[in-house]
Ligand binder design. Structure first.
Ligand code: MN
Ligand code: MN
Length: 470
């Protein structure tokens, strides 16, 4: 036996995912990525994702939980159910052969992404320009949002109570919008500032017009002209902004990255990459042993709060509904047992090693894009603070499922111990007593207007979620 073989026996190395697939799987990986890019372009907000997901699951035989609650449909093993939470989050169930009380297999991802929201009173005029004020949502690096094309996606209630959906900036023929940046010639003071202060939150104002209306008596003629356009095109008045939800996102389509087209660059991959793979996985599950569940929630980027975030009782209430529908006598204890006996993959993105920024990570314990789905025993910051920290028994169980199903997987921490950190929704489901582990796709440039993923990792994540459900 030579030295290399001895080495192989005792040491361990993560594999490169691309080296672990044959030609036909290679084609499948690329085909999967095309469909994923299409999903990203169709769902750039939590509302659009919810709509798109419901459209797809309905095509696959899923029925609205309301039909079960009002008695039109009956719950049987194999039943496929969706629940729409205020058009901003959605939960999918495939009812298992086992009693739900024995626990569910859950994959939970989020469908909100960092962005800019219009303020309630956004439109103003200054220097002959009409601008819109914003308040950012989630953890953004403000300088990244200047000088890139932006699009509006929103919902407006008009004074007649009509709900209007607006998308401007996505169609080839649409105008786009920009936040200006300072010319370098005059940027001495700006460039001397800390990166976090170079662009201020109140400086993220979106350019939206330059033509004044002809009437010289009007105080802000450019703003007035924009209001006229809004009225003519969308039937919106200034007062309607007070109640509107208008989200501003990069007007950039999902694209292949690299000469080898191995990667995808797109807005909102945190966490729509895990949302999409969790959706695809559950769509291929029928008649599972344990009830399979895909949870796709809103508000993760601002702390999972609100009635569409994971901290709301929406999911717990759904489980109560399912138990009430299936048992002669409802008992809250059954709900608690169902949740406590569940096994959960908290499906969120992680940090991939970036050769441009090697100093912030521990090279031996960070994920690498291309090395498969990322399993993180813990997240958190500085001493695992805020982390779910999965139990060894469950980490082992998940790893074994992946190995047996030829899923290429790796482990990784977010960054160096003292550097900082992040959290996911893992701890919330763990509060019920469920076994939870973080498991998703590693990204580069997380939270940037365009985030980078590797196609092989996306495919392996889909395979991982599917194997977990089975
Ligand atoms: Mn995330
Ligand atoms: Mn995030």
């Amino acid at each position: 036996m030579d030295k290399t073989n001895i080495d192989d026996q005792l040491t361990f190395k993560f594999k490169n995912g691309w080296n672990c697939i044959d030609d036909s799987t290679h084609d499948e990986v690329f085909k999967f990525s095309e469909e994923y890019k299409d999903f990203l372009d169709k769902g750039k907000t939590e509302r659009e994702c919810t709509k798109e997901i419901i459209k797809r699951v309905k095509k696959n035989g899923y029925k609205d939980i309301e039909l079960f609650i009002n008695g039109e449909e009956k719950i049987v093993p194999g039943a496929k159910i969706y629940a729409n939470n205020k058009e901003k989050s959605v939960v999918l169930f495939v009812i298992g052969a086992e009693d739900i009380e024995r626990g569910m297999k859950v994959v939970a991802a989020h469908i909100d992404s960092p962005r800019l929201d219009l303020k309630a009173f956004p439109l103003y005029e200054d220097g002959g320009l009409a601008l819109l004020k914003t308040h950012y949502y989630g953890g953004i690096k403000k300088y990244q949002w200047t000088a890139i094309p932006l699009a509006f996606h929103g919902v407006v209630m008009t004074k007649n109570g009509e709900k209007i959906e607006i998308v401007v900036g996505e169609d080839e023929n649409d105008p786009v919008f920009y936040i200006t940046d300072l010319l370098p010639h005059l940027a001495k003071n700006q460039q001397d500032k800390k990166l976090s202060e170079g662009i201020s939150g109140e400086g993220l104002n979106i350019l939206t017009g330059n033509i004044p209306c002809k009437n010289e008596d009007i105080k802000d003629p450019v703003k007035y002209n924009i209001l006229k356009l809004l009225k003519d095109k969308y039937a919106i008045e200034e007062k309607d902004f007070l109640t509107a939800e208008i989200e501003v996102v990069p007007a950039i389509k999902a694209k292949d990255v690299g000469l080898d087209r191995s990667m995808i660059g797109a807005y909102g991959q945190d966490d729509r990459v895990c949302a999409y793979t969790a959706l695809k996985a559950i769509l291929e599950i029928s008649n599972p042993k344990n009830t399979a569940v895909t949870i796709l929630v809103d508000k993760e980027e601002i702390g999972s709060v609100g009635n569409t975030g994971m901290q709301s009782r929406f999911f717990e209430n759904l489980v109560a509904e399912l138990i009430a529908l299936q048992s002669e006598q409802f008992s809250d204890l059954k709900v608690r047992r169902a949740l406590a006996n569940s096994k959960v993959l908290s499906a969120d993105v992680g940090c991939g090693f970036d050769p441009n920024y090697p100093d912030v990570v521990d090279k031996r314990n960070v994920a690498y894009i291309g090395k498969g789905v990322l399993v993180s025993k813990y997240t958190g910051a500085r001493g695992k603070s805020g982390s779910n920290d999965a139990n060894v028994e469950f980490v082992y169980e998940v790893g074994k499922i992946f190995d047996e199903n030829n899923v290429v997987w790796q482990v990784g921490e977010l960054g160096k111990v003292d550097q900082g950190g992040g959290g996911t929704i893992a701890y919330i489901l763990a509060n019920y007593g469920a076994e939870v582990i973080d498991c998703g796709v590693p990204l580069l440039s997380m939270h940037a207007p365009a985030e980078i993923s590797s196609k092989i990792d996306i495919y392996m994540t889909y395979k991982a979620y599917k194997a977990f459900f089975k």
